[in-house]
Design a protein around this ligand. Sequence first.
Ligand code: HEM
Ligand code: HEM
Length: 129
Amino acid sequence: MGLSLLAYALLAVMGIWMFRARTLRQAEPHWLRSLHYIIGVCMVSLVLLLLLIGIIGTYGHFGRLGQSQHLWAGLVTVALVLLSAGTAVQIPVGQYWARSVHIGTNIALFVAFVWVSLTGWSVVQKYLP
Ligand code: HEM
Ligand code: HEM
């Protein structure tokens, strides 16, 4: 989770950088877009991995899912991450509406990350003596 938060922070910095460069018509290093993309793919993989671990762990332990709000928080996070990635690939092929959706989704994703972390933490508390 720490790694996905790190990835999110890096993506946010690069995204804001690209946004500034575009609106102020400044030059930006050409590696910026590729690196944003690569780190984006890493973040998607990390979140999917957490989903997999969460589901397998919970299912193995309780034999069923839905122990807490954390399930919903997790599913919402995954949905937003996939939406963000899905709209991201539309931007370079000329679908400019996708840019606003990409940015909006990523703001919502921040809230989802906070929610999934807080609920995840409260699930952890249940296991501590
Ligand atoms: C899910 C993983 C992500 C992928 C695969 C991804 C990929 C992309 C791509 C391909 C673009 C279009 C670049 C272009 O104009 O050609 C883009 C733009 C952008 N991304 Fe991401 N991104 C991801 C996550 C994020 C996150 C988490 C943030 C911020 C928290 C972010 C912020 C931005 C911003 C602000 C832009 C707009 C740049 C502009 O206006 O020119 N992205 N992203
Ligand atoms: C994107 C991030 C995350 C996703 C997508 C995710 C997803 C999930 C899902 C779907 C479950 C099954 C919940 C249920 O059926 O009730 C789960 C369980 C769990 N998650 Fe997460 N989670 C994430 C982050 C976290 C974090 C940050 C923590 C800890 C601070 C955490 C701790 C746990 C624990 C302790 C369980 C129960 C595991 C078990 O019973 O063996 N998760 N997670």
